[in-house]
Design a protein around this ligand. Structure first.
Ligand code: SAH
Length: 220
């Protein structure tokens, strides 16, 4: 069950969440304004309606999670999105992160390996608002060669290594944000593809994500 009413109370809670994100160091006003305009409770069961605007992750179907708002804001800020950027997201999950990217004017291609979560995207309530958002059922390690190259790639699950096919599908000058597995946590990296095809890395904070798994799970 979902509650698709966006009341003044929801809007007020959302504004408070945005203030928390600012306090935690998110400065990109385009990221903050996109998150201020998207009703996060639309992406969660109505039982979570009251707490949807807390800065925390929640469980969704198939043992997966909707990322914590701070994590969404952090990854999005690192992507340095420009309107019309062509972006590949790995791990559609609840569709919240993909919606933030689409709200910022990017052309978004998002892949999910869990059939059930992919099937849920067919009923996405905000679909007609975001014609720049496209859903795919597939394995993120393979990327989307048909639609490559991308300006940006965003991985929203804990990657065991930097997927070589995703580097191939990045434009020269393009950037990929990837939470790369270390022992107890993931280190957020920004990888830039250089003119000569090599790539350079910048390291940021540690986070905790569900694992990026290979192959598709066809359980509907
Ligand atoms: N971006 C999501 C976060 C979901 S959690 C959101 O905003 O809600 C990470 C998601 O990545 C899970 O749904 C998981 O099933 C998916 N995932 C993990 N490995 C994947 C892979 N190889 N390809 C595509 N999706 C993958």
């Amino acid at each position: 069950m979902r509650n698709y009413e966006d009341t003044y109370r929801h809007k007020g809670l959302r504004k408070k969440l945005i203030d928390i994100l600012k306090e935690k160091g998110i400065t990109d006003s385009k990221v903050l304004s996109a998150m201020n305009s998207i009703p996060r409770h639309f992406f969660l069961d109505s039982a979570l309606d009251e707490i949807a605007y807390e800065d925390r992750a929640f469980s969704i179907d198939e043992g997966q999670t909707i990322s914590q708002p701070y994590t969404v804001a952090y990854q999005t800020q690192l992507l340095q999105i420009k309107p019309n950027d062509k972006i590949l997201e790995i791990g559609t999950g609840s569709i919240y992160q993909a919606t933030v990217l689409a709200e910022m004017g990017a052309k978004v291609f998002t892949i999910e390996r869990q059939k059930k979560l992919f099937d849920n995207t067919k009923d996405f309530i905000l679909k007609s608002n975001y014609t720049n958002l496209k859903f795919f059922y597939g394995d993120g390690f393979e990327g989307l060669p048909t639609y490559a190259p991308f300006d940006k790639i965003l991985i929203t699950a804990a990657a065991p290594f930097i997927p070589p096919k995703l580097i191939e599908q990045l434009k020269i000058g393009g950037k990929m944000i990837i939470p790369l597995d270390e022992e107890q946590h993931q280190r957020m990296l920004r990888i830039t593809k250089n003119d000569d095809g090599s790539s350079s890395e910048e390291a940021f904070e540690n986070f905790s994500f569900v694992p990026m798994l290979s192959g598709r799970n066809s359980k509907a």
